[in-house]
Design a protein around this ligand. Sequence first.
Ligand SMILES: Nc1ncnc2c1ncn2[C@@H]1O[C@H](COP(=O)(O)OP(=O)(O)OP(=O)(O)O)[C@@H](O)[C@H]1O
Ligand SMILES: [Mg+2]
Length: 297
Amino acid sequence: MSTTIIEVKASLDHNLANPETRQSALSSAQITDYDHRQTVGKITVDNPKMICRNVNVYYAEKQAIKHVSLDIGANEVIAFIGPSGCGKSTVLRCLNRMNDTIPICRVTGEIRLESEDIYDKKIDVVQLRARVGMVFQKPNPFPKSIYENVAYGPRIHGMVNGKAEMDELVRASLERAGLLKEVDKRMNEPGTSLSGGQQQRLCIARAIAVNPEVILMDEPCSALDPIATAKIEELIDELRENYTIVIVTHSMQQAARVSQRTAYFHLGDLIEIGETDQIFTNPRHKLTEDYITGRFG
Ligand SMILES: Nc1ncnc2c1ncn2[C@@H]1O[C@H](COP(=O)(O)OP(=O)(O)OP(=O)(O)O)[C@@H](O)[C@H]1O
Ligand SMILES: [Mg+2]
């Protein structure tokens, strides 16, 4: 949480100015061999929560994702970055089969949640999406009360017995999402009556209420002001204790602040993956370097 983009840029400039570091950063064959690109960096982690291997995604005939392999570590925040259209949202949606809702979309390869193949025919997709929840770019509360927004998931999954238990779960989820204080006296007001930042925290509370293991966030702060963004970023850092989080962001400052690992995508390829500090201060691939220094994207 402590790295600022200024520190990141300063460190990067330092590394690139240093002939030795620059040499090693630019001498990799993978930098120029675009036809045989291999992901630069370590795709595996010691304690993976999800594993993607050789994932390809097609929209009709067009291939949007090419041979992507990576691990998502338990209790880590991993950031997906890259220029618009590079496939960040597509990969994210593969992780809870949201792409199933797009008829022309076809996914091949292997994606596991712990040991389970999430594309196995036996998988109940509703259960999967409870285990791997999602928070979207635009806050999308249901047209229901604040209380009902959070209670909805636990109710359809039959998670609680009786009103007292439900009250407790709703309050606990709002508390975890850092929203309880602000809505304690307004539980019956519509979710849509909240500010944008509060609505996004309500959506996070709704995702948390069904006790997910992984939370996918697709540019969760892009519609928010800096104060609301800071609150969500703080929340992401706290949530990491209990959940695994995958965040797509266009903000490199945000990726640097909230994530421990970063994956850089370019035209459907996973170009580079590594510790966030390394990606931002000492990128090994020329494309990553160009993107984070603002020369591309
Ligand atoms: N529903 C769809 N139908 C057809 N093509 C799609 C669909 N969704 C995405 N694509 C294509 O797949 C590629 C990757 O898109 P995706 O939305 O995953 O990119 P992204 O990195 O999330 O971009 P952005 O930063 O703009 O959100 C693009 O070429 C896009 O046009
Ligand atoms: Mg996207």
